[in-house]
Design a protein around this ligand. Structure first.
Ligand SMILES: [Zn+2]
Length: 407
């Protein structure tokens, strides 16, 4: 009654009576928690395969104090869908590359079989949604580097049959048919065979991933592909000028064709000061990885450990600046402002990159949802960024494949 009188007085004075009170920090945190843990959170790039493949006895079902991913921490962080990356050094080509890729694909299949209580191997967006409904973690497979098809289109088809749902056209080195962003151009983008590979990927329903490729390869793939492209783990060059990131023009062109940029959390890809300092001291992430390869050979887990140890010692001695996890949110926000919330997602590079402070592993993911809510993003937009966008791209890649196979 008293409240009504107050409202009437306010109206009679020509004021609008608003029963608005400020939202507390706790309420945002609670809203974020509910939103995050009811969403499909699909990360498109994780190098954990190298851990369960090369480290005998690594158990996904156990909680670990090192690395970024295991089932208990995925549950803690609400990460319920993941692309495990198949990776071998880009200088290995031909039949040995094919063999090693198949060994790793088999390792993913075996791991899903072993932890079938928690995991489900998925090939389509519908299967990811179904796994989510059942409370399982959706496991998908991405091949990181076109060198693994051994220059043979039939191998690409076989990969598709084995459940591979994206292929990155190159890794750090050019392959036989695509230029990499971190190598000297040899093909002027994609060769004719490279363009045939892209068309065959469209036919097989394998997403074309342009992370790691040169700018020219990106524009060639964009022109040839009948389906939207993805950048499975790249950030924004406007905020950190690294060749592994995408320029504003590239992000806009990717989005105009329905694609999505999945933001990478690697410190040297998201923070300019860190990237500059790291290049000055060690020649940058690519050189550091090349040097580590000399000691580790093809053992990727060893390469990543060595690079991480080098970075940690440089950080401890103050040679490298600290990078906050909030930079990840800056990159998401930049891409959203540029291309819209429909074209941005998450491609952490967990277990393959060095994480900023506050994003030590996948259990910290709910912080991203909360930060986006605080920035004023709608629940709907956040769900898209967490996983809805990449599922939409998968659906449209599936539709293109169906259409091409019908003819
Ligand atoms: Zn990569």
């Amino acid at each position: 009654m008293r409240l009504m009188r107050a409202a009437l007085v306010a109206c009679s004075l020509g004021l609008v009576f608003l029963a608005v009170r400020s939202v507390t920090a706790d309420e945002i945190a609670e809203r974020a928690r509910k939103l995050h843990f009811s969403s499909i959170v699909l990360d498109t790039h994780d190098d954990t395969t190298q851990r369960f493949f090369s480290k005998a006895g690594f158990d996904m079902a156990e909680r670990h104090s090192d690395g970024h991913i295991d089932i208990p921490r995925m549950r803690d962080g609400g990460m319920n869908a993941i692309f495990f990356s198949i990776w071998i050094d880009g200088r290995i080509m031909g039949p040995p590359a094919v063999q090693k890729a198949i060994d790793q694909i088999d390792a993913v299949h075996q791991m899903v079989r072993k932890d079938a209580k928690d995991l489900a191997l998925c090939r389509t967006a519908a299967e990811v949604r179904e796994a989510h409904r059942k409370g399982k973690i959706a496991v998908l497979i991405g091949v990181e580097g076109g060198h693994m098809i051994g220059n043979d289109i039939r191998v690409l088809r076989a990969f598709g049959d084995l459940g591979v749902r994206y292929m990155t056209l190159s890794h750090f080195y050019n392959d036989e048919w695509a230029d990499s962003s971190t190598d000297k151009p040899a093909h002027n983008g994609l060769t004719d065979f490279g363009k045939e590979v892209v068309r065959e990927m469209n036919r097989q329903g394998i997403m074309v991933d342009i992370s790691h490729v040169s700018d020219k390869t990106f524009y060639d793939a964009l022109e040839v592909s009948k389906a939207p492209l993805i950048a499975s783990h790249s950030s924004c060059r406007a905020l950190c000028n690294h060749v592994r990131d995408m320029s504003d023009d590239m992000i806009k062109a990717l989005a105009a064709k329905g694609g999505v940029i999945q933001i990478n959390y690697e410190k040297s890809f998201i923070d300019q000061a860190y990237k500059d300092a790291s290049e000055k001291i060690s020649g940058g992430i690519v050189t550091a990885m090349n040097n580590a390869t000399k000691d580790c050979g093809t053992d990727q887990e060893c390469v990543e450990r060595k690079v991480r140890e080098l970075q940690q010692s440089m950080e401890a001695s103050g040679q490298l600046p600290a990078v906050s996890w909030e930079r990840i949110v800056d990159h998401i926000d930049h891409a959203v402002k540029l291309a819209g919330a429909e074209h941005v997602g998450l491609g952490s590079d967990f277990d393959g990159a060095s994480m900023p402070s506050g994003m030590e592993d996948c259990s910290k993911l709910p912080k991203i949802t909360e930060a986006l809510l605080r920035k004023g993003y709608t629940d709907d937009d956040i769900r898209k960024i967490l996983g809805g966008n990449i599922l939409r791209v998968m659906e449209s890649v599936e539709a293109v494949s169906k259409e091409m196979q019908a003819h």
